[in-house]
Structures are given as C-alpha cells and as structure tokens.
Design a protein around this ligand. Structure first.
Ligand SMILES: Cc1cc2nc3c(=O)[nH]c(=O)nc-3n(C[C@H](O)[C@H](O)[C@H](O)COP(=O)(O)OP(=O)(O)OC[C@H]3O[C@@H](n4cnc5c(N)ncnc54)[C@H](O)[C@@H]3O)c2cc1C
Ligand SMILES: Cc1cc2nc3c(=O)[nH]c(=O)nc-3n(C[C@H](O)[C@H](O)[C@H](O)COP(=O)(O)O)c2cc1C
Length: 818
C-alpha cells in the first residue's frame, strides 16, 4: 500500500512507523511543513499507562521514548499561600522536539520517506503525485484538510473560555506543579512540569474576561510574558519565561482552546480515477484539553488502532470503518473527562473559597475519572491524612459504633498502605463511642467521607446517604399502608442517614396516580406518624423526611409499571399548571392557575406541612422539579404566563417561593428544609445550569437549607446527557457558587463515587434511588465493602454483619494475592 501522511506530528510519524513495521513493503511518505528541529511547543506529558501501550506497539521507539522521559510521581499545588503535595501519580514529561526527533529517526531507519519544509496546499494533488492509496490527514488542530471536507467530517469546534499561553522556563520543577495566583481581576493558573534535565513547560491560563481586564489582549508578546513572570515570580526563582512561538504576532500567542469533535473520520476522494480514503488522525480529528494532558496520547493511540485495524480486517473499507467506530468512542470518553477538567480550570473562582486541602482534592478529581480509591492507590498516606482533615470538620457524633468486626479482619489494602497509625479495622478493639471522635484522635483511621456525620439545624445525620424519594404507587386514597412501613423501615434499618418518603400530595388532585401518597387529613397524618415513630425507635439512628409535591400537568396518570405519565384509562381528574401546556399528546391540557387556585394550593401545602411536623418528620422537602406543578412555573417551556408569575426567572420562581416561604413559616425553625429542582431542562430554550444557580440563590434567600439537585423530566423533548454522576456537576456548581448545601443525585451507585463527591465538596449529601430499590441495606453493604466500621448495624443483625465483613475481607485477600 502507498500511504501519504500529511503532517509530521506525533500522529503522522508514529502511524508511518507502525505501518512500515506491519509490512515493510508499504511505501510511506510523511510530508511536513516545518524543519525537523522546529517545534511550536515545549514538553508534553504521557502517563505510565500510555507508555505501556507504546511498548506493545513498537518496543524500539517505546524504549527510546522511555529513556528520554523525565519521570515524576508528585503533584504539587500552590494556592492562597499554602502548598499541598501528593505522590504516586506516575507521569512522564518529554520535550515535543525530542519526541518528534525519536519518531523521525525511527521512520528513517525503517525506510519511511520524510519530506520537510513542504506546506501541503492541496492534498489531492499531493496524493496524485505520490500515487497514494491512503491519505492520513494528520495536520493538527487547525487542519486544512478537515476544513476542506467539512461536509463529510462534520467537525464541531468549540472555543473554550480561557486564554492560555504555552511557555518554557529553565526553572526545573520536581513535581507536576499547579500554581494559582489571584489578581484584582481574577485568577490565573500555571501548569508546570519538567520535561528534560534543564527545562520545564510553563502554561499560564486565565478566563478571557480576566485576560482582557489586564489589557493582555493589547500587550506585545514581551509585555505579556513579563506580566506572567511578575505574577508567578515566586515559583520561578528568577528564571525567565521563554517563548518559542515567535512566528506568532503579539497577543495571538494567547489562544482559546478549540475543542474539536468530528462526526465522521473518513472521506473518500476520487483522485485520478482511483477511490482514495482521506482519514483523520490526531488533533485533526479531535482535541482534549491540555489540562488532562491527553492530546499526544490520543494521537499515538489513533495510530496504534488504525494499524491494528489493517491487521485484523481484510479490506481497507472495513478497517477504516472499524477504526472510526473504536476510536470515536474512546475519544468521546476522554473528551467527557476533559470537558469536566476544562470547566474546572475555567471556574477557579467558584472553588476559591475552599481551603487548600479540599481545593487540591477537588482539582485532582475534577474530571470525575479519578476517584477516591484511585487516589488511595496513588498515595494512601496523603489520602488518609486528608480523610482525617475532613473528619475534623464534621460534627462530633456520639452514637454507638456498635460492637466490632472479628479480630484479624484488616482489609489487605489497609495493611499494605503506608498507614501513619493503627488501623481500626482489625487493629486493637476500639472502645464503644463515636467513629468520628476516634477518627479525629491521632493515629486512628478516619471514617470514609461517605460515613461522616452532618449537622442541619438541630438534625444530626449520621452519614451522607439519603434514600431518594421514590414513588411506590402503593397507597390507598393517599393513605400509606403496611407496605410503606416495611419499605421505608427496611431502608432506615439499612444504614442510610435520611430516608425520604416518596412525593406526597397536599390534596387528592395533587397526586400523580390514584396510588400515590397524600397528606391532607388526620388519618393520613397518623399513618405517617406510625412510620416515623418506627424509624425513630428502631435504634438505627436514621431520620425520616417527607417530600411534598403537587403533580400539576403530570397528574392523573398511570403507575410506574403501567404506562407512566400517560393518562388513566378512566376516572381522570382535572389538572392545574402554570399555563395550558399538556405534558404530551395524550395528556390532558391543564388549566392555568388563577390567583384563587394559587391561594388554595398554597394553603394546602401549609396544612400538609403542619401535619408533617405533627407526624414527627425530621426533614421537609418541597418538590419543584420534574415538570410537576411548581416546576411548571419555573421552566420557561411550560410557563407562558404574562402576569407577575411568568416571564423572567424571578417571576417564574415567585409562586414556588411563596409556597416555600409559607411552609417555612409553619415548619419548626429547628428542622431543615430542602427544595428539589431540575437544574437543567436538557432542551433548547429551557433552563440551564446558569438558571439553576439563580434559582438556588432565590431559595437560599428564602431560608432554604439544601438544594436537592436533579434535572430534566420537565418536557418529553428533553435529551439528557446521561453518564455516571451526570447531575453532580450541577450540585457542585450550585454549592460552590451560591454557598448553599446540596444533595447530589443521579447515577451514583457506589461508595467510591460518594466518597469522591463529599470529599471534593461537590455536594454535602448523596441521594441514592434505584440502588435502594435493589438493596435496602445499600449503605451497610457499601460500608462493609470498604471494611469501615463507622456504621451502626441493628443489634439483631450483628452476626450477619460479622459474617459479611469476614467474607469481604477474604475476597479482598484473594484478590490482593492474585
Ligand atoms: C499548551 C498545550 C499543552 C499540551 N500538552 C500536552 C501534554 O502534556 N500531553 C499531550 O499528550 N499532549 C499535549 N498537548 C497536545 C499535543 O501537542 C497534540 O495533541 C499532539 O501534538 C497531536 O499530535 P498530531 O500529530 O495530531 O498534531 P500536531 O502535533 O499538531 O502535528 C501536526 C503537524 O502537521 C503539520 N502541518 C499542519 N498543516 C500542514 C500543512 N498544510 N502542510 C504540512 N504540514 C502541516 C504541523 O506543522 C505539525 O507538525 C498540548 C497542546 C497544547 C496546545
Ligand atoms: C421508581 C422511582 C420513583 C421515583 N419517584 C420520585 C419521587 O417521588 N420524587 C422525586 O423527586 N424523584 C423521584 N424519582 C427520582 C429519584 O429520586 C432519583 O432522582 C432518580 O431515580 C435518579 O437517581 P438514581 O440514579 O440513584 O436512581 C423516582 C425514581 C424512581 C426510579
């Protein structure tokens, strides 16, 4: 095969190497506009894992690259006059020039033709000149070829918010260093790492607005660099910052990162009567923000995959189809992580109130790909110290950490860790008393973040797990049954700190289905009181919360296991909503609420609240999400009103706030209240995360304690972007921008995720829904997996607990030995 690589960056050169190795008969040419020793950048970073992939693909170049690498383990943060450092991260830095030179030499040894100082103007002319059977478009992020065939590739290029400049310095950093400096206009971040014996990369970035406020957009290159030198002087030890992009004029060295995604990666061109595929590779096909350091990795791994596809598929077309299919999924995964990471750096201000310890943790887990346990594997000592720090912030909890797992059940990971003190599990028998108190005493193991207590007004939650409200459609005339006692009771015994009753209506017409719960009379109140009393008397130390909500336009529908959200076959009741907008083609059109309706419904919520207090609930939540009555006011998609309750966000929130304020006035002042919102409508023209922040601010001002951050379900047209913890970024943003505590919910399914969310300060509580349907004792089981004793098991279940801990311990031991 005759292969033409247009662009001599890592992608083109490496693909040439691999295809020559695969078949020495391949005739391969790489055309590059620069000279062999030119480079636009400084050092690049690869992880140990990527180096492993290179070794499998071509051991020779991997060895040369490995030898030239500067390896380091530590990440160090400088923030608000403090520094935090942890190890075990396993990075390698190499000069871009060095990397390219290794690949160029390898190409030449294998017989690849390298053509330098040739700017490709027309790929087809060049393909004809070299009689190419295959053209690789590896001409970087501003790819001319991608633009030429944009109709096929359908690129989507999004310019991100920050400006950054890629500089070098002779200051050699011994850790991957992140330094943050605040000016009168905002934050600047420096990302610095050593890539050879004498040089480090030094990238400076700042939001566009801050960049402009300092006049950097109008400064010469020299003045802009001098500004950075002054700002980061204390990290540079007198070393200047160096620029090697001198061909770029003025402030143009500061760029906005373009995130590139292409729908298709292969264009077929007819060149001199021959069908020639022109295939995107590397930055031409995709980019991932430099803060996760994966651009070169992706380029090299594209080359590996395409080579593999040629080996495993008979025809070129099949090979190219497989390449596009495999790589586009892989790239999407990295780009999702990169998006989280990019947004974190774009919003440093949001996290600037955090103390250095938590700021560091938040930064390390910013992409949501590195979890709490990943950090433990990297640096157990540091993580343990952080867990102590976090535990020290939690209120002291004097509940009984009942009895002990049997002797000798130390988790293997804990034994191997570079622990600073005795481990509670399997160590000396801890005395009866608070897990947290023990944790905060010197040398003890701190409870994992998920099991730290939390204080909300007079209510102490024993840990951070909430059983999310979930309709069970098992009530009769709104009256809870024995089913609810057993269902909620089991979950209270199962270790969660707060168990929510499903959305409960303040009036019969406010129910979603005829089988939903209600609280509008004394009989219903007494039935709830029986459940609340059981939860309180059970000895589990759980609290019970009620979610009050009115179904609005989504009422009079069928139960979850029939056709949810579809009208009842018979016996429908009239609906109310903000405006006359039906939830779907089969749903009734609701009546737009009059002022009289509003007063009546508000009074019903108030009456229900009084009943809830009488029933002994510890916590009250107002449901303003998912398209139900109050949500129908908040989202512009269903609120078409022209009075004081429609139009601006403030107007749209007015009625939900009136209801909330009236409830707050009769709900005991020492008990907390939360509000569940849909933080995103997932459809054009709907509410977005920006609106969610504004909504949270309004509820905070109305004395709300927590925002329970859900999303969507406000319109059938919604297209949510699902994924693990997919709603947590909204909870993070609201918590850290508004300064109100949040409950994260949605696709949180394991303790590792909860630990990361709590430890990073993305939310204060995690609501777990579907996993609690599958396992009432989710919290106890997750604690057992962590081998943590900072949980209270019901006394009658203790022997089951001991067996479970033993079994899990044995499994871990087997795993550690294998
Ligand atoms: C600030 C910054 C920091 C980065 N840090 C890292 C990091 O730490 N780790 C990491 O993995 N990646 C990093 N990257 C990304 C990395 O540099 C790229 O992702 C990687 O180089 C992509 O390789 P490529 O071969 O696809 O493209 P490139 O390296 O851009 O190569 C494309 C080549 O094509 C040539 N070319 C373009 N047009 C023509 C033409 N018309 N004719 C002839 N030749 C042409 C160019 O001169 C260039 O040599 C960083 C990027 C930036 C901007
Ligand atoms: C069967 C079922 C019933 C639900 N009922 C309610 C409800 O009454 N009120 C509410 O706010 N959310 C309700 N939800 C949404 C959940 O509380 C939660 O937000 C959602 O399931 C995402 O969490 P998960 O990924 O842990 O399941 C319900 C979810 C399920 C699966």
């Amino acid at each position: 095969m005759r292969i033409l690589c247009l662009g001599g960056g890592p992608a083109g050169l490496y693909f040439a190497v691999l295809m020559k190795l695969q078949n020495p008969a391949n005739v391969i040419t790489v055309v590059e506009r620069n000279r062999p020793f030119d480079t636009f950048g400084w050092g690049v970073v690869l992880s140990d894992q990527t180096l492993g992939n290179l070794k499998l693909a071509d051991a020779v170049s991997a060895q040369l690259i490995g030898d030239a690498f500067n390896h380091w383990d530590d990440v160090e943060l400088f923030f608000k006059g403090r520094s935090v450092r942890s190890g075990g991260h396993g990075f390698c830095g190499i000069g871009r020039k060095k990397l390219l030179n290794i690949l160029q030499e390898r190409c030449m040894k294998l017989g690849v033709e390298l053509v330098f100082e040739t700017d490709v103007q027309d790929d087809q002319t060049m393909a004809a000149q070299y009689q190419a059977d295959l053209v690789i478009a590896c001409d970087g992020l501003n790819s001319r070829i991608r633009n030429r065939y944009a109709e096929t590739y359908k690129p989507d290029v999004e310019l991100r918010d920050c400006r950054f400049v890629w500089l070098g310095t002779k200051k050699t950093f011994d850790a991957f260093t992140f330094a943050f400096e605040q000016t009168e206009h905002g934050w600047f971040a420096a990302h610095a790492y050593k890539f050879d014996e004498t040089t480090s990369t030094f990238i400076v970035e700042t939001p566009e607005a801050v960049w402009k406020a300092h006049g950097l957009d109008e400064m010469s290159q020299e003045d802009g660099i001098a500004f950075c030198e002054r700002l980061f002087a204390k990290y540079l030890d007198g070393n200047p910052l160096m620029n090697n992009a001198t061909h770029v004029r003025g402030s143009a060295i500061w760029i906005r990162f373009p995130r590139v995604v292409c729908e298709r990666w292969v264009h077929n061109a007819a060149i001199e009567g021959k069908q020639v595929p022109i295939v995107l590779m590397g930055d031409a096909a995709h980019t991932a923000h430099f803060s996760i350091g994966s651009g070169t990795k992706l380029a090299l791994e594209d080359a590996i995959e395409l080579t593999r596809c040629f080996a495993s598929h008979a025809g070129t077309e099949e090979a190219l189809q497989a390449y596009e299919a495999v790589r586009s999924v892989e790239v999407l995964k990295i780009q999702n992580a990169a998006r989280n990471s990019t947004e974190w750096f774009e919003n440093v201000d949001r996290y600037s109130a955090l103390e250095a310890e938590q700021f560091f943790y938040s930064m390390m887990t910013r992409s949501q790909r590195i979890s709490h346990e990943n950090l433990r594997v990297r640096d157990a000592v540091w993580l343990q110290a952080y867990e102590h720090w976090l535990a020290g912030k939690a209120p002291t909890l004097f509940t009984s950490c009942n009895a002990l797992p049997p002797e000798g059940t130390a988790a293997p990971a804990a034994r191997q860790s570079r622990s600073r003190g005795p481990d509670l599990i399997g160590g000396d028998a801890p005395s009866e008393g608070s897990a947290v108190r023990e944790a905060t005493s010197v040398g003890a193991t701190a409870p994992p973040p998920m099991l730290l207590p939390l204080q909300a007004r007079s209510v102490t939650l024993k840990n951070r797990i909430v059983v999310s409200p979930m309709a069970t459609y098992s009530a009769v005339d709104g009256l809870v049954q024995d089913f609810h006692l057993v269902h909620l009771g089991a979950r209270a015994l199962g270790g969660a700190a707060l168990v929510f009753v499903e959305m409960t209506a303040p009036c019969a017409e406010g129910r979603i289905t005829p089988s939903c719960t209600g609280l509008w009379n004394e009989t219903q109140m007494l039935a709830f009181k029986r459940i609340a009393s059981f939860v309180h008397a059970s000895g589990a130390g759980a609290k019970i919360g009620l979610q009050l909500g009115h179904s609005g336009a989504k009422g009079s529908t069928q139960v979850g296991w029939e056709s949810p959200d579809e009208p009842l076959p018979a016996g429908n009741w009239p609906l109310l909503a903000a405006s006359e907008v039906a939830y779907g083609p089969n749903n009734q059109t609701p009546q737009a609420m009059t002022r009289q309706d509003m007063d009546r419904v508000k009074a019903e919520f108030v009456a229900s609240t009084v009943y809830a207090a009488e029933a002994g609930f510890d916590w009250l939540e107002l449901h303003c999400a998912h398209g139900y009555l109050l949500s129908s006011f908040i989202t512009p998609l269903t609120n078409l009103r022209s009075d004081d309750y429609g139009g601006s966000l403030e107007n749209r929130c007015r009625f939900p706030l009136e209801v909330f304020t009236a409830m707050r006035a009769v709900w005991p002042a020492d008990l907390p209240m939360s509000v569940r919102i849909s933080a995103h409508d997932w459809v054009d023209g709907g509410n977005t995360a920006d609106d969610a922040v504004a909504i949270a601010r309004l509820f905070k001002a109305a004395d709300c304690d927590f925002i329970d951050v859900s999303s969507g379900q406000t319109t059938r047209a919604a297209k949510p972007v699902y994924g693990r913890m997919y709603q947590t970024p909204f909870a993070d943003r609201i918590r850290n921008e508004v300064g109100i505590r949040t409950i994260a919910v949605g696709a949180i399914s394991e303790s590792d995720q909860v630990n990361s969310i709590i430890a990073a300060g993305r939310a204060d509580l995690c609501a777990i829904a579907r996993p609690h349907l599958a396992d009432p004792a989710w919290t106890l089981h997750e604690a057992a997996k962590m081998q943590s004793k900072a949980v209270v098991w019901p006394q009658p279940y203790l022997s089951g607990r001991d067996q479970l801990y033993r079994e899990i311990f044995k499994q871990k031991e087997v795993l550690a030995q294998s």
